[in-house]
Design a protein around this ligand. Structure first.
Ligand code: ADP
Ligand code: MG
Length: 321
């Protein structure tokens, strides 16, 4: 079931109304928060398993937002086969809140490493692996005609930060079905990551997410936000003019293939942007069966042998900021 603005509200998960605290203990401080949600770590009493509980208020600014939350749940259900989309374990409802019990992504937001100093920042090799995983997660959504519409470093989490783990995509609060007319006026994501068609109130499509993946990849590789201006208006102008700096200054030590990949996404016309499948087949990311075997050999060697004090130059990427 889907209403006019692309929200899906029919869910499979049984909503529990018994007290959340009978089954879970809250532990530690909060994992994060957004505009209307607080996320806290919790432990399932019977299993000792850690989860992340997302507490969503049903009333926001005097409006009933229960259907928005059901939409978020429905989207999580539709992508449950992807390991790169956070898993939904259970749902609770109280008079004021709905609580989503999610798989805990203990490594936190990739945001932290995007803005980190050189020694903690991602290498190009890291970004290649993470970008593949983000694309595989988004492919699962797009195959189901769902667009995320809020892909940004705060909504891409890691299973562990050190050693660098795997991606988990979270926050489907703005997600919509795209097989019908979609009203975009009310759904503005974070300015820095939104595509030009959103600013122009044009129809959204899966290509809207692809723009955000272009911005995300740029940030992961360079540590710089490509469109961010001094003020919101300047950011919007940079986006609508596709004013991007691809100079050696910013991309020092980063491969030409990476730049080509980003350029295939940061195109004003949504129809010209690469699709998720085309991205996974781009030479920058394509898994070469031969090279893959070498990669695995390298990985097992580095586990059994002490780390070489001099890393080989082709593996070292020096981000420039
Ligand atoms: P909002 O819709 O309010 O932005 P999010 O779903 O993005 O809510 O959650 C807010 C923050 O909480 C995230 O940016 C992240 O830091 C943290 N968070 C969300 N889900 C998880 C999770 N499953 N595991 C660990 N941290 C999480
Ligand atoms: Mg969020």
């Amino acid at each position: 079931m889907m209403n006019r603005n692309g929200m899906v509200t029919k869910i499979r998960t049984r909503i529990r109304t018994d007290p959340f605290k009978n089954t879970y203990d809250l532990v530690g401080r909060e994992l994060g928060r957004g505009k209307f949600a607080v996320v806290k770590k919790c432990v399932e009493k019977t299993t000792g398993k850690e989860h992340a509980a997302k507490f969503l208020r049903k009333r926001r600014k005097g409006q009933d937002c229960r259907s928005d939350i059901l939409n978020e749940i429905a989207v999580l259900e539709s992508a449950e086969t992807s390991p790169y989309v956070v898993a939904l374990h259970e749902v609770y409802e109280t008079t004021t809140e709905i609580i989503l019990v999610l798989e805990c992504a203990a490594g936190g937001e990739i945001f932290n490493q995007c803005v980190a100093d050189n020694d903690e920042a991602f290498t190009e090799k890291d970004v290649i692996r993470l970008a593949r995983q983000i694309l595989m997660g988004v492919a699962c959504l797009h195959q189901n005609n769902v667009v995320h519409l809020d892909l940004k470093p705060q909504n891409i989490l890691l299973t562990s930060a050190q050693p660098l783990g795997d991606i988990r995509i979270v926050d489907f609060g703005l997600s919509r079905r795209v097989d019908r007319v979609t009203e975009v006026r009310e759904i503005l994501g974070t300015p820095e990551y939104v595509a030009p068609e959103i600013l122009d109130y044009e129809p959204i499509s899966t290509a809207t997410d692809m723009w955000s993946i272009g911005v995300l990849t740029y940030v992961m590789l360079t540590g710089e936000s490509p469109f961010l201006g001094e003020e919101k208006q300047e950011t919007f102008l940079n986006i609508s003019q596709v004013n991007v700096d691809y100079s050696q200054d910013v991309f020092q030590g980063i491969s030409d293939l990476a730049v080509d990949f980003i350029q295939s996404l940061l195109l004003k016309n949504p129809r010209k942007r690469a699709t998720v499948e085309q991205c996974l087949n781009h030479p920058w990311l394509r898994v070469d069966p031969h090279h893959h075997a070498v990669d695995e050999q390298e990985a097992s060697q580095s586990e059994s042998e002490p780390e070489s004090p001099i890393p080989s130059p082709e593996l070292v990427v020096i981000p420039s900021y």
